[in-house]
Design a protein around this ligand. Structure first.
Ligand code: GUE
Length: 337
């Protein structure tokens, strides 16, 4: 199982962050039936990241008189997008950032959006620009994203930042895509080693699957990317020491797809009917959490897993772009393993 990778492969060894440290992870691998997977608490880890960001931002303000500034562009009235944008603005306010929003009707033209991005590109109070996705179909999403100045590309979606992330050596990207960076930060703060591991990523989207695969590969994982045309998805997932599920299908990943002791990172945000809930639905991930947590070694919940980390990484990117604009070195986007 995971131990065949040798000295480095002790995913749960020596963790100080958890109440019951396990002896080098061996007990867990030897008897997966002993209990449930360790819960990777994204909500708590994100709160710790936000505390670090606030301290670092306060220091920057004191030393340089500069307040990090984030602009959020929202088009249309999708309730999910409105919720995410509200959470992002609240998180920015809580760490003391300046933030502005630009809201547009569904009928906005491409020219109007491009003009708004240009105005924000030129605004010295703004260090990060986020255009909430998805955009309406009549808008050329790629053209709008590429119009954001690379120095303000807080999502790390530009060809230049993605290219730098993929290339070995050379300049690192100014920002990493927030959800992939959040997945990595969760693994690192949970002391889960990545080097040498078999990682299977489900999904190849520009915003999650593709960048998270490259990021984990750059950390010396052996990465397989699966997608809608993959022949035998369960068989691929069964090989994985670490599974990253980002396909957008509610509870698709089942317990018998999971190698005992594997780490499961659930990026999915789906809703499922829940008559007992006052909204009539509840959030669920791409993973069948209740069953998979009986087999996995560690797992992220939905909600309370990757989602809060995505927002924490948005703040981290905003802070780093602010530092970059002042000629300061960035706070490391990820610690060395
Ligand atoms: N330009 C752009 N950048 C993005 O980063 C981006 C985007 N567009 N479009 C949509 C996706 C989705 N996304 C989420 C952020 C936070 C949670 C989150 O915090 N979720 C909470 C639950 C929230 C709830 O209760 O609805 C949780 O998982 O605990 C989820 C999803 C960012 N996205």
């Amino acid at each position: 199982l995971q131990l065949q990778h040798g000295r480095d492969a002790r995913p749960f060894g020596a963790s100080v962050a958890f109440a019951q440290p396990r002896a080098a992870g061996v007990a867990m691998l030897a008897s997966p039936a002993e209990g449930r997977a360790r819960l990777i608490d994204g909500k708590a880890i994100a709160a710790a990241v936000r505390r670090d960001i606030k301290a670092s931002s306060d220091e920057l303000k004191a030393a340089h008189g500069t307040t990090p500034g984030l602009a959020v562009v929202l088009v249309g009235n999708r309730t999910d997008s409105a919720t995410y944008v509200r959470m992002k603005k609240k998180a920015a306010a809580e760490v003391g950032f300046y933030s502005v929003d630009r809201n547009f009707d569904e009928t906005v033209t491409q020219e109007q959006l491009l003009a708004t991005v240009e105005e924000l590109n030129a605004d010295p109070r703004i260090h990060g620009i986020l255009v909430q996705l998805p955009l309406p179909r009549h808008i050329d999403e790629a053209a709008v994203l590429e119009s954001i100045a690379v120095a303000k590309d807080v999502d790390g979606f530009s060809a230049e930042n993605i290219g730098r992330m993929c290339l070995r050596g050379g300049e690192p990207p100014l920002a990493l895509p927030c959800t992939p960076a959040g997945c990595v930060e969760l693994l690192q703060r949970s002391e889960i080693q990545v080097a040498g591991k078999e990682v299977v990523v489900l999904g190849r989207s520009n915003i999650v699957g593709m960048p998270v695969a490259h990021l984990l590969q750059s950390m010396d994982a052996t990465v397989t990317v699966c997608h809608s045309r993959t022949a035998d998805l369960p068989a691929q997932v069964r090989r994985a020491d670490i599974v990253v599920a980002a396909i957008g299908r509610a509870e698709l990943v089942k317990a018998d797809w999971i190698k005992p002791g594997a780490v499961v990172i659930d990026v999915g945000v789906n809703s499922k009917p829940a008559p007992e809930d006052k909204r009539g639905y509840k959030l669920c991930g791409d993973v069948d959490f209740d069953q998979v947590s009986l087999v996995a070694g560690a797992i992220t919940p939905v909600p309370g897993g990757v989602g809060p980390m995505t927002i924490a990484m948005l703040l981290k990117n905003t802070l780093n772009l602010t530092r970059h604009s002042l000629g300061l070195p960035r706070i490391p986007l990820r610690r060395q393993q």
